[in-house]
Design a protein around this ligand. Structure first.
Ligand SMILES: Cc1cc2nc3c(=O)[nH]c(=O)nc-3n(C[C@H](O)[C@H](O)[C@H](O)COP(=O)(O)OP(=O)(O)OC[C@H]3O[C@@H](n4cnc5c(N)ncnc54)[C@H](O)[C@@H]3O)c2cc1C
Length: 542
């Protein structure tokens, strides 16, 4: 049987006994078979000694049981790694950062504690998945939407705590921003509520975020300062209608005014959905479609050109074939007369770009029929699914699918020139590191309203030599990004230290602050050692 690092056999036996007394022996896992489930299926250390593993797992059913587990762990100095649903694929799965930690699996705490339709919020436990909340809303016939990430099997709490994002309006798709109030169990077993929750009998825990005094909720995201046992989320009232529209431009540099105009519309609140940027050269501008279908033979021929295609090549192809170079699909939510006016005003602004093409999409009124639900991009309508996993399946455009990937996801400024600079920098770096040519038509994502995010999937293989090369390339890219003033928003355990290291203003003043907080509230350093580069004192490197 594995033992947590730094723990004597005697203390380990007492710990497991204590856990069994706290949660029931059926919910303490120590067999190799059970623990294999807590490995990261997309581990970049696949099969190597550094591959992260758990020494045990414990699955409480209530906040009181979490408190009991934390008291035992604190007494015996057992490293604990809390997960909600543990489906953090691409960013570490459910594996602990410090190998040998005990995974505190909160999946059994899966109660939807409250849904308030009038004020549009829900209070949930960590094990509540997007599917669970969606089904509960449907079952009760409430006129509320959730905002979900691509895979619907994850949890509202785990996703928000790792700064995840979704697809509806910006008020809801930035999941941590959309939360209101949390309950946290600290390392010594103390239970605490944030915001209005600190007021016994508060009537507005899920309605007013800040409570009284410093707002500390952010400290529990991407950190290791506590175990979150409840969290409130604001939900989107079902809109009356949805309208899309597509803006297409034909020259390479048209992307610059296109982004500027969109920013103005978004920052003024005239545009409220998630913009979806792409190049029509790669196929229809629908999420997923460009990955599902191979590009037209003429575009493939340009990609095959020695030295790669230039913007002039693409522009000539666009002119000859009447195809746009860049496009953005816009999505509006609201009453039909309002969203039609918003789209009309947007068209007026975009018509400043010479040669621009503006196409009206279909206006859909809510609720969608079952037939419509099958046709639309579900997550843009708050409908959870697992459809995104098609990206890893065999298809005509992907004849040799990989075994998973680690996301490399730097944040860059929200303007067209920065996109071009990033494409150049990443393209050069990929070539130099022997990673192959980067797609010069790839555009960034728009989860966050004020910044772009480039998302690249670094493939995982079961060949240690290839994984090693990819790990080195990943770390090099982190430094290259930092040299350009770009930083990653989130990462997997394998890269948490490397990325923390580049957030180094004033001799790592921010990390030193995190460490002081860690030492004060978790002096035995038991919670999620090493998460986002924050190590407890006894494991801290100089
Ligand atoms: C193909 C693909 C597409 C994806 N698309 C998206 C997307 O659109 N948007 C997106 O955001 N992500 C996306 N992801 C990443 C990831 O799968 C999701 O974010 C997923 O929701 C995270 O898993 P989870 O909700 O189970 O979180 P968990 O794995 O439960 O939690 C994540 C981490 O947060 C911490 N944590 C969790 N719960 C607690 C707690 N209660 N207390 C303290 N700490 C805690 C832990 O350190 C844990 O490792 C995608 C991944 C893949 C492979």
């Amino acid at each position: 049987m594995a033992i947590a690092p730094g723990v004597s056999a005697q203390d380990w036996a007492a710990t497991l006994e204590g856990f069994a007394a706290a949660v029931g022996k059926d919910w303490v896992f120590t067999s190799e078979e059970d623990l294999a489930l807590y490995k990261d299926a997309y581990s970049p250390f696949w099969g190597e000694p550094e591959e992260k593993h758990a020494s045990a797992a414990v699955a409480p059913q209530s906040a009181e049981e979490v408190q009991a587990v934390m008291r035992i762990a604190n007494k015996y100095r057992i490293p604990i790694y809390p997960i909600s649903t543990g489906r953090n694929l691409g960013y570490g799965g459910s594996a602990p950062v410090l190998s040998g930690s005990v995974v505190l699996d909160l999946k059994r705490m899966n109660r939807v504690l409250e849904i308030n339709e009038k004020n549009a919020y829900a209070l949930v436990e960590p094990g509540v998945s997007y599917f669970d909340l969606y089904r509960e809303i449907q079952k009760r016939g409430l006129k509320l939407w959730i905002d979900c990430p691509d895979p619907g099997w994850g949890s509202l709490i785990g996703n928000a705590l790792d700064h995840g994002g979704g697809y509806t309006t910006h008020m809801y798709r930035v999941h941590f921003d959309a939360h209101c109030g949390m309950e946290v169990v600290l390392a010594d077993g103390t239970i605490m509520r944030t915001g209005m929750g600190a007021l016994p009998g508060a009537k507005t825990w899920q309605q007013y975020k800040f409570g009284y005094g410093p707002w500390i909720d952010g400290m529990f995201s991407q950190s290791n300062f506590g175990v979150v046992t409840k969290m409130g989320f604001w939900l989107m009232p079902e809109p009356e209608a949805y309208l899309s529209g597509t803006v297409t431009v034909f020259k390479h540099d048209d992307l610059i005014p296109m982004v500027d105009i969109l920013n103005e519309l978004e920052n003024n609140g005239i545009y409220n959905g998630m913009p979806f940027f792409g190049s029509p050269l790669q196929g229809p501008l629908e999420p997923g479609e460009q990955l599902r279908n191979p590009m037209a033979p003429g575009v493939q021929a340009l990609f095959a050109k020695a030295g790669g295609p230039t913007p002039a090549d693409f522009e000539a192809y666009c002119a000859a074939n009447n195809i746009g170079y860049w496009a953005v699909k816009l999505q509006y939510y609201g009453p039909p007369e309002v969203i039609r006016a918003q789209w009309n005003y947007s068209k007026k602004k975009f018509s400043a770009i010479p040669g621009v093409k503006l196409e009206d999409g279909e206006l859909l009124t809510m609720p969608l029929t079952e037939e419509q639900k099958k046709k639309v991009h579900g997550v843009a309508f708050g409908i959870p699914s697992l459809q995104i996993f098609f990206i890893g399946t065999r298809s005509e455009s992907n004849p040799t699918p990989g075994l998973g990937h680690i996301w490399f996801s730097p944040i860059i400024p929200r303007d067209g020139k920065s996109i071009f600079e990033a494409q150049k920098v990443f393209g050069n770096a990929a070539r130099e590191m022997g990673l192959g040519a980067l797609n010069p038509l790839q555009l960034p994502g728009t989860y966050w309203q004020r910044a772009f995010i480039f998302i690249f999937g670094f493939p995982i293989t079961h060949d240690p030599a290839v994984n090693k090369k990819n790990r080195e390339a990943f770390e090099k890219l982190v430094k290259i990004c930092a040299d350009h003033g770009w930083g990653e928003y989130r990462t997997a355990p394998a890269y948490m230290d490397a990325i923390a290291d580049v957030y180094s203003f004033n001799n790592h003043a921010l990390m030193r602050f995190h460490e002081r907080v860690k030492d004060a509230i978790d002096p035995n350093g038991i919670i999620s050692a090493g998460r986002y580069g924050i190590w407890p004192k006894h494991l801290r490197k100089a």
